[in-house]
Design a protein around this ligand. Sequence first.
Ligand code: HEM
Length: 154
Amino acid sequence: MKKSLFRLGGIALVLLVGFTACKKNDVPVNAGSALYQRLGGNMGIKKVVDDFIGIVVADNVINGFFATTARSQERVDRLKMNLVNQIGQAVGGTETYTGLSMKAAHVGMGIKDVHFNALVNDLVAALKKNGVSDADINTIGGALVPLKTDIVEP
Ligand code: HEM
């Protein structure tokens, strides 16, 4: 009797450990914010950034700034990775941005208001293309506005 109770306890323990391990795999510890989820997580943001770069390259107001970048696939990939991480982190995702500060990244480029606005419009176009709601676009836009003073030069 004692032996079978012991065995029962063992089975219960195995089930409990198995269930907990399963839950751990199914639900990531940090799934990110609701906004991050609505954007489709890391995959969704990658798609937005891919579309965004395509729109920027076709935008005559600002594509000149990216002429050197566009000549190196490695550089384009690094920029994309940095943008995905920056946007992911800004919307409460699981990414960590490891690139330069916005000031250091853009210093000396001579970026003016007109360029900044064009780039933000291109990002909005990429977000719309991916079905992001106007409310979420406003939230993301709101997070970008404070960066303007570090990017635009007088
Ligand atoms: C909210 C606005 C902007 C954000 C969030 C942003 C973000 C970034 C990031 C994350 C990087 C990479 C930094 C690194 O290499 O560590 C970068 C680089 C760069 N940005 Fe921006 N940027 C913005 C506006 C602009 C504007 C308006 C222009 C020009 C029209 C511009 C042109 C560039 C260029 C040319 C690079 C260098 C790319 C390379 O590494 O080859 N950015 N930006």
